[in-house]
Design a protein around this ligand. Sequence first.
Ligand code: FES
Length: 167
Amino acid sequence: MKMQNPDLQQKIAEAIANPKNMGEMASADAVGAVGSPNCGDMVRMWVKFKEENGKKVIDRATFQAFGCETAIAVASLATEMIKGKTVDEAFALSGQELARDLGPLPPMKIHCGELVEGALRSALRPTVVSNPKPLVSQTGAGTLLDSFASSATATKPVKMVFLKEGE
Ligand code: FES
């Protein structure tokens, strides 16, 4: 069977060799996080706004990804792509659109782009909760989610949003 995007691995390798905007942003105006119940990966995103021509637009964004290389690559590209966009414009971007520079993602990697989409959307509209079902037991001390959530709330309130199965 012919691969739809034979350059994907190389493009991902290039993106993660020099990831853009990786790390926490102390001065962020908004932060969002999302976890996938399917693979256990998580992405967190920080966004800073500015006024431009009377409009509130994204000045810059940063991310942390506890996940696969595709998620890291998409997050890196997404933080560049959304600069200068309004909240509505950035919110409307799908995972596939955020991953545009990688080319089409294969079916098993589509959720990696959706994870970035979810983290961005939860930062931009922190009241959106699609599925509050916990990824792992909240009583499981020392889990990745616990440390992720507690470090997120240490700086600013963060709403964890979990993707629905099959989204
Ligand atoms: Fe889950 Fe990529 S395999 S985010």
